[in-house]
Write a new protein. Structure first.
Length: 335
């Protein structure tokens, strides 16, 4: 006879930076006949509902942050998510203090959110916190980045536990979403998290998603800036593979856009004369046609007929044909 034994324990918290706050999830181990069972949903098509809102953020802001969070998980896996008015598989709510859960909130600071593992589907945010959605021009102190925390808590609702890596989206303590220079760095799913997610739900069947774009010279396409001297964000090739060497690739009926994870989320743009730069909006010049070659590499053709090219000196330009420096490989979800 099989039966569930649910053991509850709290892992020691990683030492938090001053001012860091905590996720209140109590780690769980599910066992059947003494063997640990994976925490995951038994279906791939899930619904979610936002049960209430708070006055400090608009409904549109809250809804977009939640939509973007689910979109990140949808791109990484075979899961799909659809918002419903109420009673979704995953129910998102703002609550205060004691609210019927085994763990109460404690007012501003301390524990700021918690969630349950599959297949319960509860995500709670402490309504007493000062919430905002941060961005390139919005980095207030003493506030919580709602998108960052939503991405984390939804991870729990999908079966992810805390990670010891303090830079992981699933670290138990919060950190401001900025890079070493103090610029906004959009929260993202890191390599270990994606690997565990795909182990539960499978990998997406598309080249779309978060990717690093590697040249034949072993360098990676990068967008970074703007810079403290006032110069704008730029695109070039880097010898390393970190946060700014990743791109969000979105498909649009046979074409794609390449949106940077740094540089304020700007789009890679091809221009009529063959020059390549960055743009704030997705218009004709920001679309590319991906072409896979016989050996499996990729070329990216601009709307004006030029092919993205990476030179040995680190500069980005274009070719007239899909050959040589215009060939790239795509690598998935690296730190």
């Amino acid at each position: 006879m099989q039966f569930w034994i649910v053991l509850l324990y709290i892992l020691p918290h990683i030492a938090a930076a001053p001012g860091a706050h905590r996720c209140g999830v109590v780690e769980t181990v599910n066992k059947v006949d003494g063997k640990e069972v994976d925490l995951k949903w038994g279906k791939r098509d899930l619904t979610y509902s936002i049960e209430n809102f708070i006055s400090s953020m608009s409904e549109a802001t809250i809804r977009k942050a939640i939509q973007d969070s689910f979109a990140a998980y949808e791109k990484a896996t075979k899961l799909t998510f659809r918002e419903v008015y109420s009673g979704g598989d995953i129910q998102i709510k703002f609550v205060r203090r004691s609210h019927g859960c085994s763990s109460a909130f404690d007012g501003p600071g301390g524990t700021i959110a918690h969630a349950t593992f599959p297949e319960t589907g509860i995500v709670h945010f402490d309504a007493d916190e000062d919430w905002t959605v941060m961005g390139e021009n919005n980095l207030p102190k003493d506030t919580e980045d709602f998108y960052d925390i939503a991405l984390h808590e939804i991870g729990h609702a999908l079966g992810l536990k805390h990670e010891d890596d303090k830079n992981s989206i699933m670290a138990p303590n919060t950190k401001r979403p900025v890079d070493g220079f103090g610029y906004y760095e959009a929260p993202r799913l890191d390599a270990v998290v994606v690997m565990k997610l795909q182990g539960k739900y499978g990998a997406g069947q598309t080249t779309a998603g978060q990717r690093s774009i590697k040249s034949r010279h072993g360098t990676y396409l990068r967008a970074w800036g703007p810079f403290t001297d006032g110069s704008p964000a730029r695109v070039d090739m880097a010898e390393h593979r970190k946060a700014c060497e990743q791109w969000y690739i979105d498909e649009h009926k046979g074409t794609i856009t390449l949106r940077s994870t740094c540089a304020g989320g700007k789009y890679l743009r091809g221009n009529p004369g063959g020059h390549v730069d960055l743009a704030d909006w997705r218009l004709e010049g920001e679309t590319w046609t991906p072409i896979q070659t016989a050996e499996g590499s990729w070329c990216f053709k601009s709307a004006y007929g030029h092919y993205l090219a990476a030179r040995a000196n680190g500069k980005v330009s274009t070719n007239s044909h899909c050959n040589g420096d215009a060939k790239f490989s795509l690598e998935s979800y690296v730190i």
